[in-house]
Each structure stands twice: as C-alpha cells, then as structure tokens.
Design a protein around this ligand. Sequence first.
Ligand code: PLP
Length: 351
Amino acid sequence: MADEAVRRRCATPAFGTVLTEHMVTMTWSAERGWHDGAVRPYAPEPVDPATAGLHYGQVVFEGLKAFHQADGTVAAFRPALHAKRFRTSARRLVMPELPEALFVDAIRALVDADRRWVPTEPDRSLYLRPLLYAADVSLALRPASTYRFVVLASVTENFFGSSGAPVSVWVSTRYSRAAPGGTGSAKCAGNYAGAFAGQREAVEHGCDQVLWLDAAERRWIEEMGGMNIFWVTRGRNGAVLVTPALTDTLLPGVTRDSLLTVAHELGIATRESRVAFDDFTAAVSRGEVTEAFACGTAAVVTPIGRIRAGHGEWHVGDGGIGPVAGRLRDALIDLQRGRVPDPRGWLVHCG
Ligand SMILES: *Cc1c(COP(=O)(O)O)cnc(C)c1O
C-alpha cells in the first residue's frame, strides 16, 4: 500500500525517472567471483573517472517488469529468460556471466524490499533494470577483471502511454544499428548510443521511432530502436502474424517470444522469416498488411500506423490497435497480471 510520499512521486511517472528506495549491488572479481550481494538503500555509486566501463562501453543491461497480481501478490514476468539473455550479452562482451538463480534472487529481493512502490493501476508496473559494468580503475584496453552488478527499480507507465494511439516509423538508410558479427543481439549500452542518431533522424522526418534495416544490404527489415516488430497479413487461410527471423543483428525480445507463444495458443498462424522492406511496402500498398505493431517490455504492444522512408510513405490500419494486436496485447497483459492461469510458470512471485 503506497503511503503519501510514494503517491506524490508517482503522480506522473515519466519513463525511468521515478526510482524506488532500494537497489541491489554485487561485485565480481577474478579472485573471488560473485560476492557481497546486498539490497541497500538507493544511493549514487562512487564511480572513479577512470572506470573502464565508462571508457570502453563494457556494459550490459536488462529490462523486465514486476506486476501487481489479481490475488494481491507481486510477480516478475519471465525473469529466468531475462537472466539467460543477460548471460548471453555478458558473454558477447567478454564479461562474467551471472548465474540465472542469482539474477532471479536479486530481482525478488529488490521487489520485496520495494513492495510498497509496486503500482496497482492497470497501466502501471515496476520496471527493473539490472546492469553490469566493468569496474576496473584503469585505462588499459582489455576486458576488466572486476565488475559491478546493480539492479534498480522504477515505477512506470506503459512507454507510449495507455492511449493505444499508433506511432510512426522512419526507415533510416543513413545509419545502421547492428552489423553481422557485431553486438546487435546483445543488450549492451553502446548499441543504444549508436542508435540515437537514427532516432534523431526519425524525429526530424516527423516520425516517432526509427525502423532499422540490415546493415549489409539495407534491404531486410530488422527491428526498432528498442522493440521488435510484427505485422499481420491477410493469408489465403486467414490472418498470419509475421516477424523477422532472429539473426545475430536482432535483439531476441522476451515480449516477441511471449507473443509468438500466445499467438500459437490463440490459434493465430505465425511466421518468422526474412522479409525485404520493398516486399513489405508492396504488400501494404496492395492492402495485404492489415496491422503492424512494435513490442517490448517497456512498450508492451504499440500499433504502427505510418511508415516513412526517403522514397515513400505508407499507412497501415485505421488509427487504433488492430484486432490481432489487441487480442495478443490483452492475452499478454492478462498473463502478466495473473488474471489467467500461468501453465508455463512465467510469473515468479516476489514476496
Ligand atoms: C530490449 C530490446 C527489445 C525488446 O526486448 P524485450 O525483452 O521484449 O523487452 C527489442 N529490441 C531491442 C534493440 C532491445 O534493446
């Protein structure tokens, strides 16, 4: 139950600004491995200006949510899969891999400590941000031998608000997000700094978000700045939910995986394949693409209404969330909030 001070700070929780009272911290060193894990009052981290992570970007993170449940408890959504991706990201950046059980324990301990910050409103949740950074105080250009793990929590509203209004996307042919053999499938800090220029280009062209094509041919649809993309085509035997197949230049979203699973259960046909942007827009022009949407932990399911590139502009849908996207979003939210059975054990209770 939120007290008055908590209620006041949470009045308008712009994404990532309302941080809670506690944090988890843990250290890794070559000699001692993972040690000194603790839940502590939220406080600035003393960061030496020569901290390696600041200079060379040896930094990975995660983003997941905990939800107030229909039965009054609190649960995190799929923390084990986030833990697994955190390990994969760390491995790619030659960082120590945090065992899944320690990751999940850290999430549970933090949510339990900040229980009174977990919002009960249907469009709000507690966003959790695990972070691992190279902590050596050294300018030597090599993987560090000490690392710091922290987990922060933030009260959040659905990223694009709860209006369900569609966003517009700009297709950049000037910048790339990820190259073959690069770090695109890892959730590492530098990917996001590198994408800011594309995002700014999108805004300059009157769009909300950037849609990335592959870096090698600038031909294949990949994903958004921090979200995966889906669309719905009118097939001969009904609607088909399509999303680009995973490669080493796509971030494997937990929401993406959850929606594919949920779609399967709802009897919606799915296809993961490589799709050329020109083929996609030709299908949009023929009226074969009935819906498009972005998905991610922060954004949940957000419709895409307009697609703009240097050589044209295309409209999808009728200004709201489409029927397939709406069904998927509702099914996902019902699962996350414990309103329907959870046969796969995706929810992990946090005290
Ligand atoms: C985090 C992220 C996503 C979405 O992943 P979720 O696990 O669904 O939150 C998609 N693309 C990029 C580039 C991301 O960083």
